[in-house]
Design a binder for this molecule. Sequence first.
Ligand code: NAD
Length: 364
Amino acid sequence: MKKHIVVLAGDGIGPEITDAAVEAMQKVASLYGHEFEFEHCLMGACAIRETGEPLPAETVKKCLASDSVLLGAVGAKVDDPFINSLPGNKRPEAGLLGIRKAMGLYSNVRPARLFPALAGASPLRKDIADRGMDLVIVRELIGGIYFGKRGGGVDPDMGEYAWDTEQYSVKEVTRIAKIAFEMARGRRKKVTSIDKENVLDSSRLWRKTVHEVAKDYPDVELVDMLVDNAAQQLVKDPSQFDVIVTSNIFGDILSDEAAMITGSIGMLSSSSLGDTKCGLYEPIHGSAPDIAGMDIANPIATVLAGAMMLRDSFGLNEEAKAIERAVDKVLDKGYRTADIMSAGMQQVKGSEMRRLIVESIEKA
Ligand code: NAD
């Protein structure tokens, strides 16, 4: 298989971690007889410094023409005087929102897996963590309250006020629900749809629409859950979840909760997809400017983002598994970067972790 992949390394630790993912994917390509061509483009603070724009038109053009995009992270140091002087729409993070919109990426998929070797790093009680967690959150990404009408003002009685609106259409819910059901078919065949149906009209429409979509997937179990209960259930027994589908704001909050349960944000990746197989794959963490260039960044989340791309965009399940197995193997042997270090384990630099993972990638 021949694929053209755009790499947006971005800022901070971005170049270190994307290099690791590229090397892992190249190893897979050589083992399985594929040809992956990687092209680096600018986005974020690095793009601003070179072109004045967080998302140059050339980058958008190249991403749209690619088979998929691998992203490191964007964002400068909080006290960067030049970046801080820029208006919101010219800042590094505007590049990320811009590329999601330009590529029509309406779904965000975030797997959260409790790596058995790291179970001790989870804040959950041991007996709960031992039951395991292997779930995927499918979050609607370009609708809901983050994109609804908003406003505010000053009222003689109320004083200063502000408002935002949550709005969803059947079309928006249908397309995200389909992604969740399709994903469940390749997993444990269970979808939990999370809403606030007892209070919100938009949630009642959400629930009704998800049930309509479910009719096309009789082999997949559908469970409805209110968001407040879901927040509890995630810490009480996360092993009950397979695929979660939810709105933009609920997904934003619950995916951070799920990430925390796994014990390290340096381990988790996410993908954003639209109507085509061309997606955006990235770690869930940011550019970590505090540790950039120190060779201590954990590359695992980005390496696993590469594995997600192989599976979800290119249908290369065996190849994705080869990368995931390599990560498990290195962790099982006790190697840890600083962020996931615990007593009795062997601490390694970021580059050493990358070498160990790439070396461990084998054809099944
Ligand atoms: P962050 O995720 O970059 O860092 C939070 C903490 O986790 C830091 O202490 C950092 O050192 C650590 N960390 C993060 N990734 C790590 C890794 N792979 N290995 C080891 N440790 C790691 O979040 P932040 O500090 O709030 O944000 C820094 C910058 O990143 C900001 O400019 C922010 O806007 C940006 N950001 C970008 C994205 C993105 O590009 N998708 C997401 C979140 C934040």
